[in-house]
Design a binder for this molecule. Structure first.
Ligand SMILES: [Zn+2]
Length: 298
């Protein structure tokens, strides 16, 4: 009798373990199914996992040049081969932009939106690359919004929108993009959305609110919100898988950094250290009180 009770207990225990194992197997099966049959989950998971754990910029090395000269920013901007744009303005809750800030914009006839002048050609190139790849047209639902418009958007959308002064749409550098049948959060479910998220860095754009960046940006993943920063910055940011905040932070003031045939430097706006023998340069204030200069070397 005693033996039978013992055996029964053992059998029950074994059955319990079997059920537990089966349950775990089911959980793994469901996760596996999600990963391999839902394309966007696979994409997002791989994107997240491939992130380097540090916030450092990869392939960018601090460099020292023996030949540099010091000039004032005004003087520097008068050089024939130097242009200025707004591509590297950091805009967030900490670094706001003023009510009367007006960016240099152009009207994009085909997309019927106003955007920052420095982003237009790159948008066209990206749009063309997408069309070649998937046959889809890259539409824009929202680009430049002035202070008043942002106030309206905030009033309409509440928590999901930024306060006026904190939105980079006010710079005209942010573009909310979509393709037919895939807008907003579902953009990443489309082949086109994944192509844009993966390759926009080669065309001067970044995913400004990446999946891994919420802690830093305070904004959850927005696969549709592109931000123009220009080359080579977009390439470095996308390759390093860091946020734009991390990127600006990683330049020590006054130091020179090399990446491919570029020299990048973040300096205060009084005196600029200029390396000898550069082919061209772009100066962009970053909204933190500094200016970032990107020299293309010969
Ligand atoms: Zn947006």
């Amino acid at each position: 009798m005693k033996k039978e009770v013992k055996n029964n207990r053992r059998r029950k225990k074994r059955n319990g373990t079997k059920i537990l194992v089966l349950l775990w197997a089911l959980v793994f099966l469901v996760i596996g199914f999600e990963l391999f049959f839902r394309n966007e989950i696979k994409f997002i998971t791989l994107d997240y996992l491939s992130r380097v754990s540090t916030c450092e910029i990869s392939k960018v090395k601090e460099t020292k040049l023996s030949e540099t000269e010091s000039v004032s920013l005004d003087e520097f901007l008068r050089y024939e081969n130097v242009t200025a744009n707004e591509a590297l303005l950091l805009v967030n809750e900490k670094y706001k932009i003023s009510e009367d800030y007006i960016p240099k914009t152009v009207y994009h006839d085909e997309r019927a939106v106003e955007m920052n002048a420095c982003a237009k050609d790159s948008f066209d190139n990206l749009s063309e690359a997408l069309f070649d790849e998937t046959g889809e047209t890259l539409f824009i639902s929202s680009a430049y919004r002035d202070y008043e418009k942002q106030k309206e958007v905030k009033a309409e959308e509440g928590e999901t929108a930024q306060e006026a002064g904190c939105s980079e749409h006010q710079t005209g550098l942010a573009l909310d993009v979509f393709v037919k049948n895939f807008a907003g959060e579902s953009f990443i479910k489309s082949e086109s959305g994944q192509f844009i998220n993966e390759n926009c860095g080669d065309y001067g754009f970044i995913i400004r609110y990446p999946i891994f960046g919420e802690k830093k940006t305070g904004i959850s993943f927005e696969p549709w919100h592109l931000r123009y920063v220009g080359l080579p910055h977009s390439k470095i940011i996308n390759e390093s898988k860091i946020t734009f905040e991390d990127y600006i932070d990683s330049f020590e003031m006054g130091k020179l950094y090399s990446y491919e045939n570029y020299i990048i430097t973040r300096q205060n706006t009084d005196t600029i250290s200029v390396p000898e023998g550069f082919e061209g340069a772009v100066a962009s204030e970053d909204n933190t009180g500094a200016v970032i200069i990107t020299f293309k070397m010969e």
